[in-house]
Design a protein around this ligand. Structure first.
Ligand SMILES: C[S@@+](CC[C@H](N)C(=O)[O-])C[C@H]1O[C@@H](n2cnc3c(N)ncnc32)[C@H](O)[C@@H]1O
Length: 229
């Protein structure tokens, strides 16, 4: 384990690893070793206007995206689950801001889908979550017949989690659309929902989570024990 990770866990069968770390530095993961990155970063909730939203999008694409590029294999898939937000004055268009910043840093948007939350108390337009698939510039993903569109209730959050999760059928479909080999990485893994789904599909999984309580919860949920550090 490198100095970037404070603690690490692994499954006894070796199929999953978890690091408590800030995922701007993925030093514990070798270059070009990950098949899919599938993640839901913390949604942008500030009402401080467009410059703050631009800053957040740039931060995600540049501050985190640099390491995504390094660890993903050249033909790997990057999936982001992102909600857009109204900032009190206008609709921010957050998904386009992110796609724009990722474009500037060498990624191309290849697929766009939607999961709309039913039964949510959010204002109606905040219930839409975009499913954005990026590939490195120069690689084109052939479209499939699948329509990436779901209306599903917000899954019941694990009682010890403070975050909303993405519905498992959505995550399953995204993984099945993606590169078939290589571990699935979630650099904002929260309570580990992506890990549960990836392992259920027979994939290996790597999670990174900054919050020690969430990392411990994920380790428990996925049957992981502390790795030597
Ligand atoms: C939207 S939640 C993810 C929810 C997750 N999909 C689930 O199933 O629970 C985002 C997570 O990213 C974590 N996070 C925020 N900044 C981070 C960073 N710099 N490095 C690693 N994790 C971070 C938060 O602590 C939070 O658990």
């Amino acid at each position: 384990m490198t100095s970037a990770a404070k603690r690490a866990w692994a499954r006894p069968d070796g199929r999953a690893q978890l690091f408590q770390a800030d995922s701007r530095d993925l030093g514990q993961i070798p270059s070009a070793s990950v098949g899919i990155i599938l993640t839901s970063p913390p949604y942008w909730v500030s009402n401080r206007g467009r410059p703050a939203a631009e800053h957040y999008a740039r931060q995600l694409a540049v501050g985190f995206g640099r390491e995504w590029r390094r660890v993903l294999v050249p033909d790997g898939d990057l999936w982001l689950v992102l909600g857009d937000r109204h900032n009190g004055r206008e609709w921010v268009g957050f998904d386009s801001l992110i796609a724009g910043w990722l474009r500037r840093t060498g990624w191309r948007l290849q697929s766009k889908g939607i999961w709309a939350e039913t039964g949510s108390r959010e204002r109606w337009d905040n219930r839409i979550n975009y499913l954005l698939r990026f590939a490195r510039a120069g690689r084109r993903v052939r479209p499939t017949a699948a329509t990436l569109c779901w209306m599903l209730p917000l899954p019941r959050t694990h009682p010890a989690s403070i975050w909303d999760a993405t519905p498992e059928p959505v995550l399953r479909a995204l993984i099945l659309q993606s590169r078939r080999r290589g571990p699935v990485l979630d650099p904002f893994c929260g309570a580990g929902t992506v890990g549960r789904v990836a392992l259920g599909l027979g994939r290996e999984w790597i999670g990174v989570e900054r919050d020690p309580r969430m990392a411990e919860l994920t380790a428990r949920r996925l049957g992981m024990t502390r790795a030597l550090d």
